[in-house]
Design a protein around this ligand. Structure first.
Ligand code: UDP
Length: 408
């Protein structure tokens, strides 16, 4: 099949760990590579955010097309809505040329708008993965949410007009049902993990053998719960907490949130046991996971959460909060422990218990690695998604009075 993907802000070529570069970038890159490996022709359309970028870049078996829409500079993703019309127009013209796709898979709601608009003239079926939902963000972030005003309304409407919504976890199904998106519109296919890269065997980052290591990974944003982890650390004597993510190591001092985390660690008298390591290249992530006794993931909310899955694939047990995709990927009491969000005490108890129980850690680790490899390898997930694409590409012929016309 010819598969177009639209990922307006999240380029599969970006370095991860920055404020707007995380799971979606990794997801799109891995999915595109896995589909290409299975013989599909894949083009990923992403916004040109640097004048030096070539129009097309060959990646692992697929192409990345840099779409000129808006200024060629990095912009916060929440500022991109005004450019989605241009994005759609440019992409539609590309399709009218020589490369009409059989299906377009949009990632994130703004890409959904661009996809639906671009697909209008050519009747290409549209599949949408939200990756995150505005309703959830608004609930947790309140006034701090910088999403465009009508995000939730757009998301609701997109859910009804696209050919299929790919949901990533049970929690997302519940949210979408509450928004009025029919269950029949949804196909549940989780995100995946590259099990060639993320596996238990292989080199590890150096560490102090006498000090249990709790690792946490992600963009340095408040909702990832790093403050809760730092507050939990006094109840986990002797352990170190290593935070991977944010700006590169040399630039952490300029990051206000990194400074806030360091100040909190001092305040909690664990300054000498908290280490901010800065961003790591994705190729180095397996080394970091393998160096840890436990991966802690303490988000307040999490649409899916790749880092627990990556850790599991490396044979590392997870202590996580029972939110979003973690409640599907982490099997409580089998591959890790789940605790309520925003509960430093609960986190501390779970971490301490796991770090002092070698038998439990070993058994969680084995079960975690098995689960990741059997249920979440990208090969398996790409096959399931290709089946979804085939269903919509085979079955839909959209007429000119398609409800898609109404979206943008
Ligand atoms: N990541 C990375 N380097 C870093 C921090 C994170 O490569 O310094 C990767 C991490 O391995 C994972 C992704 O970024 O693949 C984060 O995805 P997740 O779903 O956990 O969080 P999101 O960023 O989507 O909120």
């Amino acid at each position: 099949m010819r598969i177009a993907m639209i990922s307006e802000h999240a380029s599969p070529l970006s370095a991860l760990g920055g404020v707007d570069a995380g799971g979606q970038n990794a997801h799109v890159a891995e999915l595109a590579a896995a589909l290409a490996e299975q013989g599909h022709e894949v083009r990923v359309y992403t916004r040109r955010d640097d004048p030096g970028l070539p129009p097309v870049v060959a990646a692992k078996g697929f192409e990345v097309v840099h779409v000129p829409a808006g200024p060629a500079v990095t912009l916060p993703k929440d500022d991109l809505l005004p450019y989605m019309g241009d994005f759609a127009e440019w992409t539609a013209a590309d399709w009218r040329g020589t490369w009409l796709p059989d299906v377009v898979h949009a990632h994130f709601w703004m890409s959904g708008l661009a996809a639906v608009t671009a697909a209008r003239s050519s009747d290409v079926p549209v599949v949408l993965t939200y990756h995150a939902l505005g309703s959830v963000k608004r609930r947790h972030q309140g006034a701090a949410d910088t999403s465009p005003e009508h995000r939730v309304a757009y998301e609701r409407q997109l859910g009804r007009v696209v050919d299929k919504v790919v949901v990533q976890c049970q929690d997302e199904i519940r949210e979408l049902l509450a928004m009025g998106v029919p269950r029949s519109q949804m196909a549940l296919v989780p995100s995946g993990v590259n099990t060639d890269l993320f596996r238990p065997e292989g080199p590890a980052e150096p560490r102090d053998a006498d000090r249990p290591r709790i690792l946490t990974v992600g963009r340095l944003v408040e909702r990832k719960g790093y403050e809760d982890l730092i507050r939990a650390l006094p109840s986990v004597p002797g352990a170190e907490l290593v935070v991977v993510g944010g700006p590169p190591d040399g630039r952490l001092d300029d990051d206000p949130y990194a400074r806030r985390l360091r100040a909190l660690a001092q305040h909690c008298r664990v300054g000498d046991r908290v280490r901010l390591a800065g961003a790591a290249a994705s190729a180095d992530m397996p080394r970091w996971y393998r160096s840890a006794d436990v991966l802690a993931a303490a988000p307040w909310y999490e649409p899916f959460g790749l880092t627990p899955l990556e850790a599991m694939a490396c044979g590392v047990p997870v202590v996580g909060t029972a939110v979003g995709g973690l409640t599907d990927t982490v099997v409580d009491g089998i591959t890790g422990d789940l605790v309520p969000p925003r509960d430093p005490r609960g986190l501390g108890v779970a971490l301490r218990r796991l770090l002092t129980d070698d038998m439990r850690r070993v058994s969680y680790a084995a079960a975690a690695a098995d689960r990741a490899a059997h249920s979440y390898s990208w090969r398996r997930i790409a096959t399931r998604l290709a089946a979804v694409y085939a269903t919509v590409a085979g079955g839909t012929l959209t007429t000119t009075d398609s409800p898609r016309e109404a979206v943008v």
